[in-house]
Design a protein around this ligand. Structure first.
Ligand code: BTN
Length: 325
């Protein structure tokens, strides 16, 4: 029913070209009230359509959403294996789930699952990840590194560096990293990274790195409980950003860093990560599952563990926590 109405609306706007269609006309066309028409128009806007609404004239569509196509990403992609194999989906529960499945089927390293929308996107610590249609980058990358299980978190830190470098390349923004892997602009979260493993004993079958980048959402597109803590690149930049360009740039920077990592280990990545980290040298509060520890962030260990020095001079090793700066 909903999709029938949507089809009727879009057909009417297709026929209208650049002309306005009045709320009354649309209400009669789809057989509902003008308030219901307004709601449908809001839904379209949330999906990435740019609409113009003028009193006494009605509505018209000024710009359609920027869908990402796999071909658009392939065009101009200069990597050798990252993103060479793309699984593009319109709407999924979670790209992580599909990536796990594909990994079991033996797809090549560097395969990426990208979706326009996630209906139940997964965040860290069992939280959900808001992933509305056409406005962000929701993707999962499949890697098969020959490294011990304990070193897998290093890849999360590497991913954060690649994303910061890509954002710097495609926009004029300068994001920072909050341990372990949140990317922030003006204190608000722009990107989250979720790393999951397929492994047995000490052997990694694959590492699935899920990345959520808030790109073109407007403030009102975020649920109200996220208004104070989350933002998008376009809000901070003041202009929309091409998701396809950003994806290509992430792939390029990721591949370069990953090859460096496989050749030289974590040390060069750690230096880069610390250069972007907002928390190092500051007094932080780390909320772990059992405790709140306050102290000065000294840096990270080679395993990506945060070192916090408390008032007594004791150095705590923080493996997993929420950080307050
Ligand atoms: C976090 O909590 O900071 C991590 C968020 C990770 C979200 C991404 S979006 C693509 C991939 N699929 C998911 O369901 N989650 C990750």
């Amino acid at each position: 029913m909903q999709s029938e109405i949507r089809k009727k609306l879009l057909d009417a706007f297709t026929d209208a070209g650049e002309s306005f269609l009045s709320g009354q006309y649309l209400a009669e066309l789809i057989g509902c009230s003008r308030t219901a028409v307004w709601k449908h128009m809001e839904d379209l806007r949330k999906e990435g359509f740019t609409l113009e609404a003028v009193r006494n004239k009605g509505y018209r569509i000024v710009k359609t959403p920027e869908r990402i196509t796999a071909d658009e990403i392939r065009l101009g992609l200069i990597t050798n294996f990252i993103g060479k194999n793309i699984h593009y989906e319109e709407s999924v529960e979670s790209t992580q789930k599909i990536a796990h499945h594909l990994s079991n089927e033996g797809v090549p390293e560097g395969t990426v699952v990208i979706a326009e929308e996630q209906r139940s996107g997964k965040g860290r610590l069992n939280r959900s990840w808001h992933s509305p249609k056409y406005s962000g980058i929701w993707m999962s990358l499949i890697l098969r590194p020959n490294i011990p299980l304990t070193k897998a978190p290093q890849l999360t830190l590497l991913t954060a560096v690649a994303i910061v470098q890509a954002i710097e390349e495609v926009t004029n923004l300068q994001p920072v990293i909050k341990w372990p892997n949140d990317i922030l602009l003006n204190g608000k979260k722009i990107t989250g990274i979720l790393t999951e493993l397929q492994a047995e004993a000490d052997r990694i079958h694959s590492v699935i790195i899920g990345t959520g980048i808030n790109v073109n959402q407007k403030r009102e597109d975020f649920p109200s409980e996220l208004h104070d803590t989350a933002s998008s690149l376009s809000i901070e930049n003041g202009a929309p950003i091409s998701r396809a360009e950003l994806i290509k740039s992430v792939f390029k920077h990721f591949e370069k860093l990953y090859l460096l990592y496989l050749e030289q280990g974590f040390f060069p990545i750690k230096l880069l990560w610390e250069g972007y980290a907002v928390s190092i040298g500051k007094i932080l509060k780390a909320r772990t599952l059992t405790n709140v520890i306050e102290g000065k962030a000294l840096g990270i260990t080679d395993d990506g563990v945060l070192k916090l020095e408390d008032k007594t001079g004791f150095i705590h090793h923080i493996y997993s926590a929420d950080i307050e700066i």
